[in-house]
Design a protein around this ligand. Structure first.
Ligand code: SAM
Length: 150
């Protein structure tokens, strides 16, 4: 678990109301150390392999039509008890919900990634920013039609 820095505020967590997430796969990336892991992914970043577990492989049908998809993942090595954080890059205190930090009550990460190809039960993508072995929670096509309109 990461340190609590000066200026950060942690709380004692009550027992979680269990949402019973199902991990549908695991993400393989080149990064096993946070120091090497990008803060946000880049579309020209390295290829990463997103392995989908049985029985979810048939749920990929049709996904190959999308060049861009959204991946939701569980930032499993995060602490979850900070309400105010001091990001290293800014040094300024900020509320957790004003940050995209991995430290949050429910550590869900979201990246829009480029889908390079599908090899059986593996999505090959670019644009990720998570550690090797990060559990996958969901996949959605990047379809502007489904987004809120101004
Ligand atoms: N792109 C996602 C988002 O905006 O929701 C995640 C952004 S978060 C700033 C990315 C950082 O989370 C990485 O640089 C790394 O420090 C950390 N991280 C990546 N994988 C993690 C994991 N499995 N558990 C805990 N922290 C992780």
């Amino acid at each position: 678990m990461s340190e609590v820095r000066d200026g950060e505020v942690r709380i004692d967590l009550t027992e979680a109301a269990d949402a019973a997430l199902r991990f549908i796969g695991v993400i393989h990336t080149p990064w096993s150390d946070r120091k090497e892991c990008p803060r946000q992914g880049r579309i020209d970043g390295p290829e990463c392999r997103v392995e989908i577990f049985d029985p979810w492989v048939p749920a990929l049908a049709g996904l190959e039509a999308f060049a861009s998809i959204e991946l939701f993942y569980w930032l499993d090595r995060s602490r979850r008890d900070l309400v105010v954080q001091v990001p290293r890059h800014s040094g300024q205190p900020s509320g957790t919900f004003a940050l995209r930090s991995p430290v949050r009550p429910n550590p869900i990460g979201l990246s829009r990634v480029k889908l390079e190809r599908i090899e059986g039960n593996v999505l090959v993508v670019r644009g990720l920013d998570c550690l090797d072995g990060t559990p996958l929670v969901d996949i959605k096509p990047d379809r502007c039609d489904f987004s809120a309109k101004d």
